[in-house]
Design a protein. Structure first.
Length: 272
């Protein structure tokens, strides 16, 4: 049991380092690590992964809040929608067999890693990392420095929260790969503010999903606590060197690892 907990802490530290080096979205690798490294099922791995990603995201969000980067009203609105929808995702996860759930996760992982590859490619070519912004219903008021809340803006942010909450409960992913592109598409915030706001949403939605999983009796705290503690430690340590190591080439490497993990997960599921 002690060896199992040490292994969980080590795997968590790896996820924390990935989050520090690749930004929000890198935590999607938590579930494959738990499945392959600790032998958990998808339903067991999802809330454990969320606990770790949520705690690591909370650290990043607090640091962003101190720097004035988090748009806390938008983050709270998106998170409340996500928290309301997450239990439906968790309920669906309990109704689905492990096989289809694992294959769905593999597809989502490939999508997230493909977006990371595209983002890195654009950065290497000197282009905007998330492409040109075409539609921005949520724009900053230049006089107040706050987002202008309109019906299209609220609708766009609500959809973002609902999708991230559903994926959080269903697959145990933080949803950074959904929230960051959405905020980039719907707002005119700069990238630092987008990432910090996304981390705040991930922290809040993950907390709601972890509470739901705990109430439902599927949260394995003996694994989750050391895994989450390791993730926070890994995040704090990796932040010290993130400025030197982080970049598009490293994102390409992690994306390739993620796609390999998705393929292995799919092959293992189909073979069983």
């Amino acid at each position: 049991m002690i060896e199992h907990q040490f292994l969980a802490a080590g795997l968590g530290a790896l996820i924390g380092a990935v989050l520090a080096l690749t930004g929000a979205g890198g935590g999607i690798l938590a579930v494959p690590l738990l499945v392959f490294g600790l032998g958990l099922s998808m339903v067991e791995a999802a809330p454990v992964g969320l606990l770790a990603v949520g705690m690591a995201a909370a650290v990043g969000a607090l640091l962003g809040l101190r720097q004035g980067l988090v748009r806390y009203r938008a983050a709270l609105f998106v998170a409340l929608i996500g928290i309301a929808v997450a239990p439906f995702g968790l309920m669906l996860a309990h109704r689905l067999p492990n096989g289809p759930l694992a294959l769905t996760f593999a597809l989502v992982l490939v999508y997230a890693c493909a977006r990371m590859l595209l983002k890195a490619h654009r950065e290497l070519r000197g282009q905007p990392p998330l492409g040109q912004r075409m539609v921005m219903p949520c724009v900053l008021n230049p006089l107040q420095g706050r987002l202008r809340w309109t019906l299209p803006c609220a609708r766009a942010l609500a959809f973002t929260g609902a999708l991230s909450g559903l994926l959080s409960g269903l697959l145990g992913v933080g949803g950074g790969f959904v929230i960051i592109p959405a905020l980039s598409r719907y707002t005119n915030l700069d990238m630092k503010s987008i990432v910090a706001t996304s981390l705040a949403v991930i922290a809040l939605v993950s907390t709601g999903s972890v509470v739901s999983a705990t109430v439902g009796g599927v949260m394995q705290w003996t694994v989750g606590a050391p895994f989450a503690g390791g993730a926070v430690l890994g995040l704090l340590l990796a932040r010290q060197v993130a400025g030197k190591l982080a970049g598009p080439r490293l994102q390409q490497l992690f994306a390739a690892v993620g796609i390999c993990a998705a393929v292995l997960l799919a092959v293992r599921t189909l073979a069983s």
